[in-house]
Design a protein around this ligand. Structure first.
Ligand code: ADP
Ligand code: MG
Length: 584
């Protein structure tokens, strides 16, 4: 347990600050990494690690977290054990370190991909004291042989990279991370720990400190503002329009690297083929591909043999490609955290980075649908995270402000000038009367129906189901037929976000009125909404990703049919812009 841990003994870690030799960090930076100066708080962080204190670094993607443990690892006696969640990530890091140092044995990784022979090389280098950094997967530490081996070695410190994986409130929960404290204690409880993450939500932070058992850690928190990133949300109305818009964008950004994130594997393949057919070098990447192919495609992207990688969230963590010029989200991400991380991969060199999210209500339902088989607690967490994502997408407020406030940072009310909402402010309308109408409708329906049915009632859309329930005779039937269905849909979403309503996902998304909603009915007040007809799905031929498990093949056929038809249609028009040469 964390509380039973002893203070680190300075003898074991031989921290330079406590010995008579002071290390010139500046020259180490120059000599080992070829950089002229430290970025942000790197120097202070490194000093904290070298002083033997537990250290917690919260720094956005691209901030330069790796150096915060790599440099101290090189200058400290013994080896630093670096926990990293992904095999691809480890390899990437080790390759980088080796390229700096010109000595291959300075860094190694130990994971399930190594052969017995390779493991022996690692062991030999470790025992000979040649290796300063050992990257391990959390699973590696759960193996008793490894634990025994490590407990006989001099460990300079433990670094836990991507430490948010320890929290289910993070965007990448990895249960094995929960066992790390135990494993580290078994190896040597006195070794200091540095935990690093780009996740800044207070909930995740406290989870990390608690679960990793950090003792009185020195915390370094950097700003999360990425001022060079341009954030934009575009409506995803018709699938073919969305595809065209993507192709057009990429073709007009010739030679610029980018990532497209999609919700499911099939779509990565489809979009990649579609881009290829349009002359864009693109590959798909997802967890369903074997690891060799994944590594190969990752390398192709890093080496610019391909321009675009179309991927599920399986791609990107820790990828060090500084000149990614755009990140497109083809589906709404399942949390703001995910969105921030994924968009954060653009413009890491500080230059232009465009982040475009195609948003539709249908995609939100798909995400909700995907959660239906998860245990209740996970579903509740998931629903809340999705709601925040939706709030972001539908918000008329500065995107940067919404993102930063999610991380507890106040951007103030200035115009950031680098997001769609700041460049084209959206109009707001008063919807007090409409909110009352909606609440009355839900009351009249005894809080027993989900959004779609409620919309039909409000707009007076007579369906067999409504006839069956004889709801066409209730007073609220058609109460809002002066407004289109998408207006009411948007209103419901904004009422959900303002906590006037809640959705019971246990019960198929039935709409319930919250305490705050009842209070509103008692005493209505101003309720301003942003008009979002922009985001309404005009037709349902959008890809059926959410129902992929059930109807993947059908959705496939539909896409190809659609592309074929589109191509024929376009061919009929005489002049073909370059982006409409669709699949054969
Ligand atoms: P993070 O893990 O925080 O996302 P990385 O450690 O991958 O970020 O570093 C991001 C980029 O910044 C890398 O290309 C790295 O080489 C570069 N970098 C790190 N520290 C410095 C520095 N002091 N000067 C210049 N570039 C740096
Ligand atoms: Mg990193």
């Amino acid at each position: 347990m964390a509380s039973s841990r002893k203070k680190p003994s300075s003898k074991k870690i031989t921290a330079p600050e406590t010995s008579s030799v002071t290390i010139d960090l500046q020259s180490a930076l120059q000599e080992q990494f070829g950089f002229d100066q430290f970025k942000g708080q790197q120097e202070q962080i490194i000093q904290s690690v070298l002083s033997g204190r537990d250290t917690f670094v919260i720094m956005p993607t691209g901030g330069g977290k790796s150096l915060c443990y790599q440099l101290p690892a090189i200058v400290s006696p013994g080896v630093a054990i670096i926990v990293s969640p992904l095999i691809a990530l480890m390899k990437n890091q080790v390759d980088l370190v080796r390229s700096y140092s010109s000595k291959d044995d300075v860094a190694h990784f130990l994971n399930s991909t190594l052969t017995k022979k390779e493991i022996k090389v690692v062991h030999d280098d470790l025992q000979a004291g040649r290796t300063k950094m050992l990257y391990v997967a959390p699973e590696t530490l759960t193996k008793q042989d490894n634990l025994d081996f490590f407990s006989n070695m001099q460990i300079s410190f433990f670094a836990v990279d991507e430490a948010h994986c320890i929290s289910e409130w993070g965007h990448d929960f990895r249960p094995e991370y929960r066992r790390l404290r135990d494993m580290m204690d078994q190896i040597n409880p006195n070794v200091p720990v540095i935990a690093l993450t780009a996740t800044a939500t207070p909930k995740v932070q406290s989870d990390i400190i608690k679960n990793l058992g950090l003792r009185d850690p020195k915390v370094f928190l950097s700003s999360f503002n990425r001022s060079n990133l341009y954030y934009e949300i575009l409506p995803k109305i018709k699938k073919d329009d969305t595809l065209k818009s993507i192709v057009k964008f990429i073709v007009s950004n010739k030679g610029k690297s980018g990532i497209i994130y999609t919700l499911n594997r099939k779509t990565t393949e489809e979009l990649a083929s579609m881009l290829m057919a349009n002359g864009v070098k693109a590959v798909a990447y997802h967890a369903g591909l074997d690891s060799k192919l994944r590594a190969e495609r990752q390398d192709q992207f890093l080496n610019e043999d391909v321009q675009v990688i179309v991927a599920t969230i399986a791609f990107g963590m820790g990828i060090d490609k500084p000149d990614i010029r755009f990140v497109i989200h083809y589906n709404i991400p399942k949390s703001i955290e995910n969105y921030y991380q994924e968009t954060g991969r653009a413009g890491r060199d500080g230059l232009e980075g465009r982040c475009i999210l195609y948003y539709s209500h249908t995609d939100v339902s798909k995400l909700e649908h995907l959660m239906r088989d998860k245990p209740l607690s996970e579903r509740e967490v998931g629903a809340q995270l999705i709601n925040e994502s939706v709030a972001y997408a539908e918000s008329g407020v500065c995107r940067r402000k919404v993102l930063l406030s999610y991380f507890g940072e106040d951007f103030g009310d200035q115009n950031c000038g680098n997001c769609d909402n700041c460049r084209n402010p959206k109009e707001k309308v008063e919807a007090k009367a409409e909110v009352v109408k909606m609440l009355n409708t839900i009351v009249a329906l005894d809080e027993r129906f989900a959004t779609e049915y409620t919309l039909q009632i409000v707009t007076g859309h007579l369906t067999p189901q409504i006839k069956m329930f004889r709801h066409d005779s209730i007073e609220v039937f058609g109460i809002g037929k002066d407004q289109p269905s998408h207006f009411w849909n948007s209103l419901i979403r904004q009422m959900l976000l303002e906590n006037l309503l809640k959705k019971d996902i246990e019960e198929y998304g039935v709409l319930k009125i919250t305490e705050k909603g009842h209070a509103f009915l008692q005493k209505p007040k101003s309720f301003q909404i942003v008009l979002n007809n922009l985001f309404e799905d005009a037709n349902a031929d959008d890809d059926e990703a959410g129902a992929e498990a059930a109807s993947g093949a059908a959705a496939d056929d539909k896409l190809f049919e659609m592309l074929k038809e589109l191509r024929q249609k376009e061919a009929k028009r005489k002049s073909l812009p370059p982006f409409v040469i669709f699949l054969e």
